[in-house]
Design a protein around this ligand. Sequence first.
Ligand SMILES: C[C@@](CO)(OP(=O)(O)O)[C@H](O)COP(=O)(O)OP(=O)(O)OC[C@H]1O[C@@H](n2ccc(N)nc2=O)[C@H](O)[C@@H]1O
Ligand SMILES: Nc1ncnc2c1ncn2[C@@H]1O[C@H](COP(=O)(O)OP(=O)(O)O)[C@@H](O)[C@H]1O
Length: 313
Amino acid sequence: MTSVGSPTVVHTRAPGKINVFLAVGDLQDDGYHELATAYQAVSLYEDVRAHAANDFTVRFTSSQAGIDLSGVPTDDSNLAIKAARLLAETTGYDGGVSLSIDKNVPVAGGMGGGSADAAATLLACDILWNTGLSRDELLRLGAKLGADVPFALMGGTAVGTGRGDELSPALAQGTFQWVLALADYGLSTPEVYSELDQHRLRHQGEITTVRQPRVDSGVLQALRAGDPARLADVMYNDLQAPALHLEPGLGEVLELGEQNGALAGVVSGSGPTVAFLAPDLDGALELQIALSAARLDVVRATGPVHGARLIAD
Ligand SMILES: C[C@@](CO)(OP(=O)(O)O)[C@H](O)COP(=O)(O)OP(=O)(O)OC[C@H]1O[C@@H](n2ccc(N)nc2=O)[C@H](O)[C@@H]1O
Ligand SMILES: Nc1ncnc2c1ncn2[C@@H]1O[C@H](COP(=O)(O)OP(=O)(O)O)[C@@H](O)[C@H]1O
């Protein structure tokens, strides 16, 4: 269905994310929790190449060590295929797309890799098919695919409320240096939320008010000031305790990072990736060496970076 003037291949790129702060409210009737989170997009990218085709297919490669592609479905349950199909249905486009994705964000790692695939695919197909949706329309479609997808489109640093999909950009200065400890297993997002609910249920006698999650103002100040030491003091994640309950080994990883020069460490999202904030580039390099020597699988990343965008090859 290529029309005259349409490209035959479109290359887009979308980033993974770290939740530098994540407060989880109560479970709502729709099965989602109300959130208040501060996202930062980081320099681990999903690269999507979309080719004109009659049906919908996806295949994955990875140039990044430590990425296990075996847990990524390539059928209609794949978030990238869902994104392409949703865009086609919404716009009435009657063709398909063949997607090739180079994955650099750990799978089921709490860094929103599937969401980045969906975001980059929405953008790629919109260009490939010449469907011309506005940025707001793409954000709305993204929210239908997953709570983290709008942020992968937007990038930078932002506060997410609601399911995490209602975004307002946050001011951030400078570049933060992250060292990420990857696990060789994944954690299921719904299971980690459910572990938090069960923990709260067991302690419900101790809770007197409805939780109204909000981002600590110290987080916004630290981001605005570009001050890693201040940010380290206020990084927080309500999903960290349930992730540690499911995977107690993460406690040792956190300790190891903090003993080797990290300003602080936090489980990203529902884990199991642990994000360590370093004071500067030298500190990040030293931490990377120390954690690698302890046989952890580590990568460095910086943030904030752009959201989904077109790459001119
Ligand atoms: C935990 C977070 C933090 O940013 O990230 P990840 O660890 O997945 O990267 C997100 O809330 C995950 O977002 P995402 O992975 O897009 O979630 P979705 O696909 O929309 O939802 C998967 C499941 O997570 C739970 N969920 C998600 C978001 C939310 N606000 N409340 C929830 O309870 C629900 O059980 C839902 O069925
Ligand atoms: N494009 C995709 N990339 C990765 N995982 C996907 C994708 N589409 C569907 N999935 C499924 O979603 C699960 C979580 O994906 P992912 O986005 O990598 O992690 P997280 O939600 O922890 O950030 C995977 O275990 C996999 O079963």
